[in-house]
Design a protein around this ligand. Sequence first.
Ligand code: ACO
Length: 332
Amino acid sequence: MKIVMNDNNRGIKIAGIGSFVPPLTVTNEDLAGTLDTSDEWIYSRTGIKTRHYNGGKPNYTMAVEAARGALENANISAAEIDYVIVTTSTPDFLYPITACLVQNAVGAVNAACLDISMACTGFVGGLDVARGLLYSGYNKILFVASECLTLHADFKDRATCVLFGDSAGAVVLERAGKLFASCMKAKGVSPEAPVLYYKMNNMINAPFCENNSDSILPRLQMDGKEVYKFAVDAMPEAAKAACEKAGLGLDEIDLFIPHQANIRIVQTAAKSLGIGMDKVYTNIEKYGNTSSACMPVCLDELNKAGRLKEGMKLCFVGFGAGLTYGAVIIEI
Ligand code: ACO
């Protein structure tokens, strides 16, 4: 293929999409059985009705299922993949990296491997990284987002655990002479006030080397109000900046696929951008917040419903721990 060297023609083709949502469904009523909470509280504050749990199984098992789905959908063999990228904030091991576990399971014998840790912004950031690799000479990238938040959530903390579920999504990416624009940003935080973090014993974000106990179990902690305030500004800022780079008006985006953190955050961001919710895809009611996996799961649903049409412009926009945030616009 002839690649025209300007930004609007150095885009990506999504050649295949897959996802995996574990079968175990947990309703708000189920959680109210063990926590002081209710369906009314959770649904009215977050838009979540159910989420799915991976039942204590390792995260990479979901990544592998989603990866197989994307390869099948792309109708290519794993041996054709020359890079496997996984984004996850809930890896099963510090090493080997999750991408190597996926590579081995699917048989991507000719691939290099890379893990990205960007929390919930990982799918957006990973698209940007993958696109760079495609234009540095790699031809087919298997990019997986897989998150097992239930391995890390504190099920005694009603303010956090009700939000999260587990899932994975994957795409096969190739170069394409199509529009692409990205705006990736971060707002660093101090370890004394990290806003959204895993607590290691009594130390906040302690380096792993300071912990010698076998009993360390990371637990996700968050200042919900601060995250909320950050998100409702960060998502519109990133979406606007990506549109500017693409030379597009917000009204020229066919569909926004936002991070599925909280329906009120999504609605507030949409309002601030002046776009109707008919232009925003959400599935948070069914799956809750599955961090970086939210967006490719949305994409797979759209694909399976026949809603992705050639030439459509999609804007992925998200935020996460870090605090990271960003938006990527692609043309289908
Ligand atoms: N059920 C019942 N009551 C609850 C629950 C619950 N599940 N959780 C908290 N409450 C109580 C609190 O204890 C508090 O009670 P109090 O007034 O007696 O102290 C009251 O409800 C209000 O709590 P708030 O924290 O003020 O509730 P708020 O309206 O802010 O909603 C929420 C909390 C839903 C977490 C909201 O702040 C939010 O969505 N924030 C953003 C979270 C988010 O998007 N995180 C992204 C994580 S993404 C990533 O990178 C992993």
